[in-house]
Design a protein around this ligand. Sequence first.
Ligand SMILES: NC(=O)C1=CN([C@@H]2O[C@H](COP(=O)(O)OP(=O)(O)OC[C@H]3O[C@@H](n4cnc5c(N)ncnc54)[C@H](OP(=O)(O)O)[C@@H]3O)[C@@H](O)[C@H]2O)C=CC1
Ligand SMILES: CC(C)(CO)C(=O)C(=O)O
Length: 342
Amino acid sequence: MRIGIMGAGSLGTIIGALISKGNDEVELIDVYEEHVKALNERGATITGTMNETIPVKAITPAEMSGNYDLILLLTKQVFNHDVVSNLKNYLHHDSVILSLQNGVPEESLVSILGEKLVIGGSVEFGATFKEPGVSELTTATEAFQSNAFQIGELDGSITDRVKKIKEILDLVGGTHVTDNLVGTKWSKLLVNVALSGMSAALGCNFGEVIKDDASVYSAVSLADETIRVGEAAGVTFAPLAGFNLGVFKLAEDESNLPTAIGFARKAFEPQALLRASMLQDLEKQRKTEIDYINGFVAAKGKELGIATPYNDLVVQLVKKAEEEKSVPTFEGNIGYFKALKK
Ligand SMILES: NC(=O)C1=CN([C@@H]2O[C@H](COP(=O)(O)OP(=O)(O)OC[C@H]3O[C@@H](n4cnc5c(N)ncnc54)[C@H](OP(=O)(O)O)[C@@H]3O)[C@@H](O)[C@H]2O)C=CC1
Ligand SMILES: CC(C)(CO)C(=O)C(=O)O
């Protein structure tokens, strides 16, 4: 099977390298020429919770040729229109495009590629690009070996092609096939909205988000808004890494708040060192995926008549940082969240 890893950045470098160990025909495709050169000359180096250098084949998009059987889409969603329109030139009738991007990109991918070629998935580990040829795995290996990916067909059917792709992704970490892809994507979205949204809006890691009373309350409120909007849109949230995220839905009198906060602190403690990829983008003065994460929930909320004040605030703060090319600080922004609390 000829496999293309479209976007060999933080995640794509690691996923591409580990898949290359078990497959001959894997190409890591990236626009960053110095990185492509380093990957070809020195191999892909994984640091952090894993230490390994793996020989890989890397190319730039201009060097693509022929057809790919499977493309793992790992560029940022902000580039999807251009990246995916170009990809169409390198597919055949039975090619499969698996987006592992955060957010819910499937609908827009189908509008460019048609329904048949697209499947979806979520990633349950973190990675940070370090330098050309090197990416850091930031999730403990035990967690990653049991829960790295959930993948599935858009209509929930369990097909042979999904089972085959599961076997390929198992070379990276524990891969589960889901019959509720929409619920899986929304559950991962909830984590990104709550933890990554706060990490980006406050310029801090997940540990700092869950430690402070005001920021953990805000993270839970973001999760609560996501559940309300998702349920109104007909989504049944799927378990994530074995956790049921329904615990974040707050009662009218917030009587279950201590349970929700206790759960957030326990569930995300092992991820305390994670810095959201949206925060990494702000640090690199890049456009973030905010429109596809908190902005997506806020827009859907508006459509369905559900107020999303915490998501609106995160969008506003992250966009301000994008425009100013600055990185938010905890001290600078926590006051805005405190002011929102009834
Ligand atoms: N990092 C993480 O921990 C996680 C990320 N995700 C999701 O995975 C996706 C990828 O994230 P991440 O790996 O962090 O992103 P990165 O920005 O680290 O990697 C994307 C790579 O794609 C390259 N690129 C940009 N445009 C193109 C193009 N037209 N053709 C080919 N390559 C291109 C970028 O190059 P350049 O830098 O030069 O633009 C970069 O090297 C996102 O949707 C993210 O939300 C999901 C879970 C965890
Ligand atoms: C939650 C995290 C860090 C890893 O799964 C992520 O998806 C992101 O911030 O983009």
